[in-house]
Design a protein around this ligand. Structure first.
Ligand code: HDE
Length: 681
């Protein structure tokens, strides 16, 4: 086995190949390889008699089934994953000796698992929640895991509080309600009693927590880490993933409807994008602060509730990750993958962020219960692509057959092997940071400012984003039974913005706070999603079509949309062929009732001469729903009859008979993502 493991760093796929099994066309056997003659009926004493203990096939099959479940992750249980590769643009040699960050052009295989946090494994994708963004780099020096989120900060400052936070957000223990939702008393009670959470809650109430797609969200390492170069010099570093498609979100009403219409919306979006060759791409960025400048910011850089504003510390883009292969098996890969912030390589090190320090314990601990023992590194998805040798032995499910008599160090019988490697030979040496202090259970004074960056975040939002934040607070608190909790939260957030808190108070039936506000005026434009990348690529367009449609024009329009990178899909009253006026057919992939406007980015009403009442009603619903979610709407030919006067001249509504002009204008509208102007209309 050790030889087979010696594949180079680019061959994770080849390595996984050794474990892939295609059962199609094969004879059925037991797990012992014995051919099975009958798989429908158990072995009985007489056709109507009892089943016999002797039936080893039944026993094996049923036992395996009975043991199919493993404990789901205590957080981030709901996940969707893909394979890909990371390519370095720019050498990081001046800052880190990590081998995969030295030579521009170096490619490293990766496996990425996206997740929600609070919901159980089978819960909805569109919950208002933080998204996990965990990346395993299979480097030549061992696996490096960047276990991040789509929000750059965290709820708490010290790992000791993590179980409390998670207990508060999970379904309440007395009745198990609500699933995958923070809109309930215990979560907001925790918020009101833990002010360090203020900044994170602003992000949680923003559009960031209802992403349009995993492909359209940023990723962040959250903590401050260390880069260490080959001269032993260290730098503070924060990690970023920037999606090439920009950062985009859905609206809350839409999110709730998607949860019913397609609870697997994000999982399917990721899967389909990769199947269709729309490979998700994320650029990798680093923010670097010299060690000497550790105390130069107006906050403590070890505090995980703080960002380093990009305008103050620019994000240097150093590479790109492309997700280009779907998983083969969700259990073997997505479920069994084991991430750990402590999986590092030489040149990447930790800081004393007390949240990070606690995570360094928790992740291995959780894998032991989840994956049933200490050998989870041997599972195909977790194996490094470089060889691994040590004196660890035995344990549940051990696969490696270590040969030889010796399993200890130091030894003379095996000539002291396996031998620790020196730093020059690639041995990991912890950064020799000087630390001294008294043992205390305390929060550093430098961690006590909980509101400045919450204000910075609020100041940086555009008007529509501010409206969404107020609406989200009002929704979430509106679901809390305890008026006292609602009041406490509103009073707390008056520290961020008095007007915001007063408006929320007015919505949720509690007293308007009279004191609060902040004189901080600083903004960070990078925080607003309105300043993100915009493209029509890979956007899904519902093309509403009916028999008798203008086939030459509509086909040209649809082809034009495809050429601009969009994914048009025909929707009609019936699935199957729809005939154009000149006899050309298109295939309706969906009926109105098997799809829904919330599952598309835009609606194009092509219509047709044979539009009947059913078509008009359903198409009218598509248009009004898309309109109320601020989506682009287009209509040509007969389709224009579906759009009544209410839509004329509204932003993002395009009616146009010239096909070329229609395609250009519609593509531009789709790239805008949403027309928030309508919200204020
Ligand atoms: Fe996690 N976290 N976490 N977390 N976390 C887990 O590990 C934990 C934190 C994150 O797709 C668990 O394997 C503690 C921050 C992701 O498999 C567990 C603390 C960030 C994933 C755990 C944190 C994360 C996890 C559950 C506070 C962003 C999913 C199952 C100190 C930087 C990884 C597992 C995947 C999963 C513990 C806080 C991200 C229990 C104790 C901050 C993306 O070990």
């Amino acid at each position: 086995m050790s030889d087979k493991r010696k594949v180079d760093g680019k061959s994770k796929d080849k390595q996984l190949d050794e474990f892939r099994v295609d059962d199609k066309g094969k004879k059925m056997t037991t797990n012992q390889g014995l051919r099975v003659s009958e798989d429908e009926f158990s072995l009985k004493a007489g056709e109507r008699g009892p089943t016999l203990m002797e039936d080893f096939h039944f026993r094996e099959k049923m036992t395996h089934f009975d043991h199919e479940r493993i404990p789901e992750r205590v957080v981030h249980a709901r996940g969707s994953a893909a394979h890909g590769e990371f390519e370095l643009y720019e050498s990081m040699k001046p800052y880190t000796k990590a081998k995969f960050l030295q030579e521009p052009g170096t490619k490293t295989p990766v496996f990425v698992r996206f997740s929600t946090v609070a919901g159980e494994k089978g819960s909805i994708d569109l919950a208002r929640d933080v998204r996990g963004f965990a990346t395993k780099f299979y480097t030549e020096e061992g696996n490096y895991d960047l276990v991040g989120n789509n929000i750059p900060i965290f709820f708490i400052q010290d790992a000791n509080k993590f179980p409390d936070l998670v207990h508060a957000v999970k379904p309440e223990p007395h009745n198990g309600i609500p699933q995958a939702a923070s809109a309930h008393d215990t979560f907001w009670d925790f918020v009101a009693n833990n002010e360090e959470i203020a900044h994170m809650i602003m992000w949680h109430m923003s559009d960031r927590s209802i992403p349009r797609s995993f492909r359209m969200m940023e990723g962040f390492g959250v903590h401050t880490f260390r880069f260490v170069n080959d001269e032993g010099k260290a730098f503070f570093v924060k990690f970023h993933w920037k999606p090439k498609l920009g950062v985009h979100s859905v609206v809350w009403d839409e999110a709730q409807k998607i949860s019913g219409k397609n609870p697997d919306f994000h999982r399917l979006d990721l899967y389909e994008a990769i199947e269709n060759g729309n490979y998700p791409e994320f650029e990798f960025g680093v923010q670097i602060i010299d060690e000497e400048d550790e105390h130069k910011m107006d906050f403590d850089i070890l505090d995980p509730t703080k960002i380093w504003p990009e305008e103050d510390v620019p994000v240097k883009i150093i590479g790109k990750m492309t997700l280009n292969r779907n998983i083969d098996n969700i259990f073997a890969e997505t479920e069994q993958v084991a991430f750990h912030p402590g999986h590092v390589v030489p040149g990447i090190d930790f800081t004393n962020d007390p949240l990070l320090q606690g995570r360094l314990f928790s992740y291995t601990d959780t894998q032991l219960i989840r994956l049933g023992g200490p050998n989870f590194h041997e599972l195909p998805i977790n194996r490094p692509v470089c060889p691994f040798h040590n004196n660890q032995r035995e344990g549940y499910g051990r696969q490696t057959i270590n040969t030889g008599q010796v399993s200890y160090h130091k030894n003379s019988l095996a000539d002291n092997t396996p031998t620790p490697a020196s730093e020059e030979e690639g041995g990991y040496v912890h950064y020799p940071e000087k630390v001294e202090g008294r043992k205390v259970r305390a929060r550093s004074d430098s961690f006590k400012d909980h509101f400045s960056q919450a204000v910075l975040f609020w100041n940086s939002m555009s008007d529509p984003e501010k409206e969404h934040i107020k609406a989200a607070f009002s929704f979430e608190l509106g679901k809390c039974d305890s008026k006292d909790v609602r009041q406490q939260v509103v009073d707390m957030f008056a520290n961020v913005n008095l007007g915001m808190a007063q408006e929320i108070a007015g919505n949720i039936g509690v007293k308007e706070p009279t004191e609060g506000g902040s004189d901080i005026t600083k903004e960070s434009p990078a925080l607003s999603q309105l300043n993100t990348a915009k493209t029509p690529e890979s956007r899904k367009v519902a093309v509403l079509v009916k028999d008798g449609f203008n086939d030459s024009e509509v086909n040209k329009a649809v082809k034009g949309l495809e050429e601009k990178g969009m994914e048009p899909e025909f929707v009609s009253t019936k699935q199957g062929p729809v005939s154009g006026a000149n006899g050309k057919e298109v295939e309706a992939l969906h009926r109105f009732d098997t799809a829904d406007p919330v599952l598309f980015d835009a609606v194009y009403v092509a219509g047709g001469a044979e539009m009947d009442k059913k078509f008009m009603q359903n198409a009218g619903h598509y248009v009004s729903e898309a309109f109320s979610h601020f989506k682009p709407i287009g209509a040509t030919n007969e389709g224009k009859q579906v759009l009544d006067d209410a839509y004329t001249n509204e932003p993002g509504v395009i009616t146009e008979d010239d096909v070329n002009r229609f395609v250009t204008r519609f593509a531009d509208a789709v790239s805008q993502h949403r027309f928030w102007e309508r919200e204020t209309v």
